[in-house]
Design a protein around this ligand. Structure first.
Ligand code: TZP
Ligand code: MG
Length: 213
């Protein structure tokens, strides 16, 4: 199931949920709001707990028929039957991940510049992440790549790419204007009081841009 060209709103699990809400409730609200691809990213969680979360999200995303991606953990992705993995520049190399996962699983690669993007494309990634577009507390200490890199990716990368990092309803239009067809947000969605509403608002901006272009 590699339907990445149709994806518009990628929602990643976060750590800053509103008090009293579970990860699963929040992600279900995101799916109700129209998230069309979901990633489990749990950097500070013990692996067995990540596994349990992955089983739960696998079941949830299957019900909503959206792709489910696991950050970092190939073994967990395989164990729960996820659709793919997302890897950073310091994770397992793409070629090794592909060898382990086979041709049908989705592999996404984080990139911070055009050289990394073209390398991921040549290496057989299915999509790339472009970011962080803006500074973000979700991934502190990273230099923002700005919309300049989004523009360059839109011009030079043939793979589907998703813009990520510090994207909010206030700046999403600038990211879309730079050529992103696909937006990822963590805090602006999972940290919102109205998660489904935040997703609908992002999708509204994305659709308006599509009609425009
Ligand atoms: N990779 C690049 S920026 C980022 C990741 C996982 C975090 C995005 O989170 P937010 O809260 O949407 O800025
Ligand atoms: Mg990683």
């Amino acid at each position: 199931m590699k339907r990445l060209n149709d994806c518009r709103l990628y929602v990643i699990t976060g750590e800053n949920y509103h008090p009293g809400r579970t990860m699963l409730d929040v992600m279900e609200q995101a799916l109700i709001g129209g998230a069309d691809i979901v990633q489990l990213r749990a950097k500070d969680t013990p692996k067995r707990e990540v596994l349990a979360q992955a089983y739960a999200l696998r079941e949830l995303t299957q019900r909503y028929e959206v792709p489910f991606i696991v950050n970092d953990h190939l073994d967990i992705a395989l164990a729960v039957g996820a659709d793919g993995v997302h890897l950073g520049q310091d994770d397992l190399p793409l070629a090794e991940a592909r060898r382990i996962l086979g041709p049908d699983k989705i592999i996404g690669i984080s990139t911070h510049g055009i050289k990394q993007a073209l390398e991921a494309e040549r290496g057989g990634a299915d999509y790339i992440g472009v970011g962080p577009v803006y500074p973000t507390g979700t991934k502190p200490g990273r230099t923002a790549v700005t919309t300049d890199y989004v523009r360059e990716a839109a011009e030079r990368v043939k793979l589907p790419f998703v813009a990520i990092g510090g994207i909010t309803l206030d700046n999403v239009n600038a990211v879309l204007d730079a050529g992103a067809a696909w937006i990822c947000a963590v805090s602006a969605i999972v940290g919102s009081e109205d998660v489904a509403g935040a997703c609908r608002s992002f999708l509204h901006h994305i659709r308006l841009k599509q009609i425009d272009s």
